[in-house]
Design a protein around this ligand. Sequence first.
Ligand SMILES: Cc1cc2nc3c(=O)[nH]c(=O)nc-3n(C[C@H](O)[C@H](O)[C@H](O)COP(=O)(O)O)c2cc1C
Length: 135
Amino acid sequence: MRSVAYRSFAFPNLSQVQLDRIVAGAQRFNRMAGVIGAMLFDGARFLQYIEGPDDGVEGAIGRIRASEDHSRLHVIGDSRVSARRFPFWDMTCLMQPNTVLDRLFVAPWGDQDHAQSDSGEPVGGLLLLKQLLAE
Ligand SMILES: Cc1cc2nc3c(=O)[nH]c(=O)nc-3n(C[C@H](O)[C@H](O)[C@H](O)COP(=O)(O)O)c2cc1C
């Protein structure tokens, strides 16, 4: 299992229709590939976290990199995970203020050892994401 977090810049003036198409395409592929994740958007920038089997994540990343709806993709975390931590995330796109994305861009996403506390709870970017999704 592998997890990847990245940031990117949306194509300027990306429409709601395009956004819906991105999410629908992501959900369709990811479900089939056993990949889960979450996407945050502040109107200009994306942050996405995905996790799943190596080949599923590889396939999703290939599709993500090929998309012309965004550019300047920068990976901020790429780690091995021993088990899926968030089985319920279905790649919904949450609108968030840019201050929230700024925090997540600089949060540690590192490898599993640093992304989990002794009690098994995620820390850093993952914890922030989990809190946002629980709201
Ligand atoms: C911010 C962003 C996130 C994306 N996330 C995923 C993803 O998690 N899984 C996936 O298969 N494709 C992902 N994609 C690719 C889109 O789903 C794909 O470009 C969209 O379905 C449009 O498909 P089309 O180019 O065939 O019209 C993503 C694209 C963008 C811009």
